[in-house]
Design a protein around this ligand. Structure first.
Ligand code: FES
Length: 184
């Protein structure tokens, strides 16, 4: 992050907000984005579930419940698919799943350095979890937030316009939010 002696502060990382009722999906509403992309296509359920797992590192139950009506498939059918294919995970590979977008827009804006910084600060490689299973780090394809590239999702929260130096801030924000939630 910048220091006060610099003439102009760089843009702060953006935390995307959920869409208001009746408004188009905000970048953070990943389920709506995924449903919209796949609902009209044949064989779309498996592809949608692939994308959910790529985004979150697994298929969270609340996302499966939200996805079902949006894609026009019964929840039971989703769980038939999830349990049939070993590839799909229904539990998180880490308490916090960090998904760094490596799609074209994010790649051009330096997502490689952001991924490298997460790897260095968390102490685990891309595609792996920390030994305490607190963090899981993965690179993912476009997450539909190209307007705020480079973007990262941590447990469904989108952080955008990141610089490599913002990685420590993102980690701190995730831990602070988790500690605050634990007190409630
Ligand atoms: S390429 Fe990263 S959000 Fe689209």
């Amino acid at each position: 992050m910048s220091t006060n002696d610099q003439p102009a502060a760089p843009a702060k990382p953006v935390l995307a907000q959920p869409a208001a009722p009746g408004k188009p999906a905000a970048p953070s509403d990943q389920t709506a984005i995924i449903a919209k992309r796949w609902r009209a296509k044949r064989g779309s359920l498996i592809m949608a579930l692939h994308e959910v797992q790529e985004t979150y590192g697994y298929v969270p139950r609340d996302v499966a419940l939200k996805l079902a009506p949006q894609i026009g498939v019964p929840v039971a059918r989703i769980y038939e698919v999830l349990t049939f294919y070993n590839y799909f995970k229904t539990s998180a590979p880490g308490k916090f799943v960090v998904s760094v977008c490596t799609g074209t827009a994010c790649h051009l804006k330096g997502s490689g350095d952001i991924l490298a910084n997460f790897s260095a600060q968390l102490g685990c490689k891309e595609g792996e979890s920390t030994t305490d299973k607190l963090w899981h780090l993965q690179g993912v394809r476009c997450i539909g937030c190209c307007g705020i590239a480079p973007a990262v999702i941590v447990n469904g929260k989108v952080f955008g316009k990141l610089k490599p130096a913002d990685v420590g801030d993102v980690i701190d924000k995730v831990l602070t939010a988790d500690a605050a939630a634990a007190k409630v």
